[in-house]
Design a protein around this ligand. Structure first.
Ligand code: NAG
Ligand code: NAG
Ligand code: NAG
Ligand code: NAG
Ligand code: NAG
Ligand code: NAG
Ligand code: NAG
Ligand code: NAG
Length: 389
């Protein structure tokens, strides 16, 4: 009896402590951080961003990322990887197989009738609760320990994800250590954007958003289920994949015949890994050289410039959305409820070349295979917001 009541009072104190501290989660299970011109909310599930508030040119705050209204909703049937950190290996692994030092590993498949593994497997990192290890008014750090053998991957991986707000900027730093064996690691933030916060009258799509990727004259060639086939393709000027020669609206080439099949069999739109080529300009500082991508919406006037040390950029134009995923109560015209239509969002992922662990001729092992003796795996990114008139 004694230990039971002691335990209950301990649990109650712990729960109270969580809600009492100014830095605990709110009633929706979300942790807020902010700086001048920017306010974000995050949840332990997948270390996900769930809200990001930015003021548009009309002075009205827009929530520019997809998510759910509370942390509980993320654990339902629908799991579009909303705003989390997929791990330990983002995107697809061909045939759920890879070889390290001559040893073949078979991991858990979870896509296309179990032909391949997507985002680290059926219980990848963004299906798990990270631990909140630090939370201040402008920063939050999550951690995860991914055990040896989980989802079939060799060795333990320990990772920290830190999100920090500075004026008008969302900073992301991800660090991961392979502590026991050599293993593939590729991480990113899988955030879905709609820079109008679904408040643009008569158009909930992101087709009028303008994208510019000045370094991305090439992309990874993929088969009908989006698995790389080893080739690197040219994004010829004026072709549907040309976002490098000039800024272009996402929907500019929607009726071009080449756009059918561009994101897999029967898919019209984008779900492509664009290569970031900037070495020719000499040594660069990713924080001060040009952004790898810029996305803007004329309607809200919100623009985001993405700076990163990563050398590829995955962009998905949400062709698979079918009007069944609700947007949040913080979105829509004055908070009216509604659903995300096809092309209602854009996913942008700073990362490395997808499935390079199965394309040794690309020579990217040092960026994707990590063991106990190696330096830490890292991802750095800054999302800098401004308004256009
Ligand atoms: C969380 O959000 C979901 C979906 O909007 C809703 O059904 C559920 O009632 C909410 N739960 C809580 C505890 O607020
Ligand atoms: C896929 O992996 C399985 C083992 O899981 C292997 O038997 C098969 O040959 C592989 N298929 C291809 C096409 O590589
Ligand atoms: C994540 O944490 C929430 C809140 O504590 C809990 O309800 C949920 O069961 C946890 N989910 C997993 C997958 O551990
Ligand atoms: C953090 O925010 C809380 C609540 O708004 C405020 O009381 C506190 O002074 C802030 N702390 C710092 C260090 O800015
Ligand atoms: C928005 O996109 C449509 C095509 O979807 C295009 O016809 C129209 O010109 C665009 N609007 C603006 C303001 O660029
Ligand atoms: C794509 O759109 C751009 C901008 O409108 C245009 O210059 C280009 O010719 C189009 N390409 C195709 C293949 O339709
Ligand atoms: C693609 O679409 C065609 C025509 O609608 C259909 O016959 C075919 O089965 C589809 N293929 C796949 C893989 O969905
Ligand atoms: C939304 O609310 C604002 C401020 O209350 C108001 O000016 C505007 O007319 C409203 N818009 C719609 C479409 O109801």
């Amino acid at each position: 009896m004694w230990f039971q009541s002691a335990l209950i009072s301990l649990l109650a104190t712990t729960a109270l402590a969580q809600y009492d501290t100014p830095n605990g989660p709110d009633e929706d299970g979300k942790y807020e951080i902010s700086a001048e011109g920017i306010r974000g909310r995050f949840i332990p599930y997948g270390a996900s961003v769930s809200n990001l508030f930015i003021k548009g040119k009309d002075g009205v705050e827009r929530d520019v990322v997809l998510g759910f209204d509370n942390a509980t909703a993320y654990e339902g049937e629908v799991h579009p990887h909303l705003g989390g950190v997929p791990g330990r290996y983002a995107n697809r692994i061909k045939n759920s197989t890879f070889v390290i030092d001559g040893e073949e590993y078979h991991i858990e498949p979870n896509e296309h009738d179990n032909e391949n593994t997507l985002h680290g497997g059926p219980d990848g990192w963004d299906y798990r609760n990270f631990t909140v290890v630090a939370h201040t008014n402008d920063s939050i750090t999550f951690s995860i320990v991914d055990p040896d053998g989980k989802e079939g991957f060799p060795g333990e991986v320990v990772s920290y994800v830190t999100y920090t707000m500075t004026p008008n900027t969302w900073n992301i730093k991800i660090v991961a250590l392979a502590t026991t064996k050599k293993t593939p690691i590729m991480l990113t933030s899988h955030t879905y954007w709609n820079l109008d916060g679904f408040a643009k009258p008569n158009d909930l799509t992101a087709l009028n958003h303008t994208l510019y990727m000045p370094y991305s004259g090439q992309r990874v060639s993929v088969d009908g289920i989006l698995i790389p086939d080893g080739d690197i393709l040219a994004n010829q000027q004026y072709s549907v994949n040309d976002f490098w020669s000039a800024p272009k609206q996402i929907g500019a080439n929607l009726t071009a015949p080449e756009l059918l099949g561009n994101c897999g069999t029967n898919c019209t739109g984008y779900d492509n890994c664009y290569i970031v080529n900037r070495d020719q300009n000499g040594p660069y500082d990713w924080r001060t050289s040009e952004p790898v991508a810029s996305l803007s919406s004329d309607w809200s006037g919100i623009k985001v410039d993405i700076f990163t040390d990563q050398e590829a950029f995955q962009m998905y134009s949400c062709g698979g959305q079918d009007g069944t995923l609700p947007y949040k109560s913080t979105q829509g015209v004055n908070g009216t409820a509604g659903f995300v239509p096809q092309y209602g969002c854009i996913v942008m992922e700073v990362q490395d070349w997808i499935d390079a662990i199965n394309q040794p001729e690309w020579g990217r092992d040092k960026r994707q295979i990590f063991g106990p003796g190696d330096a830490a795996y890292t991802v750095n990114a800054e999302y800098v917001f401004s308004t256009t008139s």
